[in-house]
Design a protein around this ligand. Structure first.
Ligand code: PMP
Length: 412
């Protein structure tokens, strides 16, 4: 009987080892979660996690607003709701999406438990074991985990500083089809990519949408960071270029707060119907309390002012990170994010981000190895640095420590 490691790092005898599904065999602890314990040590500067910095939210006013929801609509807020989500919030979400030139019908919005759950529901309704899902190289590790759990054949497509490369995408579609494989969708993060830190140009967006329309491949557009552009601009969503060919995913996690666990999908009508059924099957209904509280926030607060405050705060941190990379790590290269939380660093030749990580932690700095963002073991020459959480002085100190580790590795 095999010994299985548990999440706390110990191991124990698993009496049920021969009972699990094939799916369960594909569940893996993410490289980020396994860093959590390390990162919690106060002496370690963590440039690893992607936790939004919510410390400046007006907590007292939010407490009052939450209490008001409870006092005035408590029996509704504490009841089950519709599987598609609460209509007033679905309507408000359409106003938010209009900022990215989306002309969405609230009937086609499905509220989910974070956009992470929307990725899961989409995977359930589209992926058969062995089906191809095309993702950027690199891609968001949370979605890679979901695609793997659904036994997808995950294929990475090259990107550059302007995002996913249409030629490479076309070649990947043709290659998969020549093998007799079904290509179920392209999963893309057009704005302030996690982890690559790049943003698709308008030209690129058009080319990707045109290609997918021509090839009849669905696009899943994952856009949790879209409002957090440092230039104050919002960019047209891929969905706005072809509403019938794109499922758009949005989230309140980064523009407001992740603890509510409220996200959404805007989908072509027939896909929306399947998503609602899958959502009902998974959770019956998304949390009414969370939905009504967020609705009150959008209605009564200066939420756009809050988004602007976030942008300014994250931009100052991005600047601190780029300046200290320039100063301390000239042997590396990195992307220059125009928004969001992350930069993607390329190490000098011969260095291995995954192997180096324990030595970085010993040097009191943490990052996520590039390997976490690939389904196929690539990414050793890269690492993701996040600047969202630590204050600027700590970011500088973290990069200084990381530079020491990198320089030592180079000398080996
Ligand atoms: N997609 C991307 C690209 C993300 O970075 C994240 C959060 N890190 C998510 C989805 C999940 O967000 P949510 O909190 O809405 O589930």
């Amino acid at each position: 009987m095999p010994l299985h490691g548990d999440i706390s790092g110990g191991s124990r005898l698993d009496t049920w080892w021969d009972t699990y599904s094939v799916r369960a065999e594909h569940l893996r602890e993410s490289e980020v979660r396994s860093l959590f314990a390390v990162v919690a040590r106060p002496e370690v500067v963590s440039l690893a996690g992607g936790m939004p910095n919510i410390k400046d939210l007006p907590l007292e006013a939010l407490a009052e607003s939450t209490a008001q929801v409870m006092r005035e609509h408590g029996t509704q807020a504490l009841q089950y709701g519709a599987g598609r989500g609460w209509d007033p919030l679905r309507e408000k979400i359409c106003e938010v999406m209009a900022l990215e030139q989306i002309d969405g019908d609230y009937e086609n919005v499905v509220i989910t438990t974070g956009s992470q759950q929307a990725v899961d529901l989409l995977s359930q309704i589209f992926i058969n074991p062995g089906d191809v899902v095309l993702v950027e190289a690199p891609s968001y590790l949370g979605s890679l985990g979901i695609f793997a759990n659904n036994l997808a054949d995950i294929r990475h497509v090259a990107m550059d500083q302007d995002g996913l490369l249409p030629d490479a995408l076309e070649a990947a579609i043709k290659q998969a089809r020549s093998e007799g494989k079904a290509v179920k969708f392209v999963y893309t993060i057009p704005n302030f990519h996690n982890p690559a830190g790049v943003t698709q140009t308008m030209e690129r967006r058009r080319a990707i949408v045109d290609l997918c329309e021509r090839e009849r491949v669905l696009i899943v557009e994952d856009n949790p960071y879209g409002l957090l552009g440092f230039d104050g601009q919002t960019r047209p969503a891929l969905q706005s270029l072809n509403p019938d060919g794109v499922v758009y995913l949005g989230s309140f996690s980064k523009m407001f707060a992740p603890g509510y666990r409220v996200g959404w999908a805007l989908a072509p009508h027939a896909v929306r119907d399947k998503l609602v059924l899958a959502n009902e099957s998974a959770v019956l209904s998304p949390s009414m309390m969370a939905q009504m509280t967020i609705h009150a926030y959008l209605r009564d607060f200066d939420w756009w002012g809050q988004v602007k405050q976030y942008r300014g705060m994250y931009k100052a941190r991005r600047d601190a990170m780029l300046e200290s990379l320039e100063e301390y790590m000239p042997s590396c290269s990195w992307t220059v994010p125009q928004g969001g939380f992350y930069t993607w660093v390329t190490l000098p030749k011969g260095l291995d981000a995954k192997e180096m990580l324990p030595r970085a932690v010993a040097g009191l700095v943490a990052y996520v190895s590039g390997t976490a963002f690939f389904a196929d073991g690539q990414g050793r020459d890269h690492l993701r640095l996040s600047y969202c959480f630590p204050p600027p002085e700590e970011i500088r100190e973290g990069v200084r420590r990381l530079a020491r580790v990198v320089n030592r590795e180079k000398a080996l």
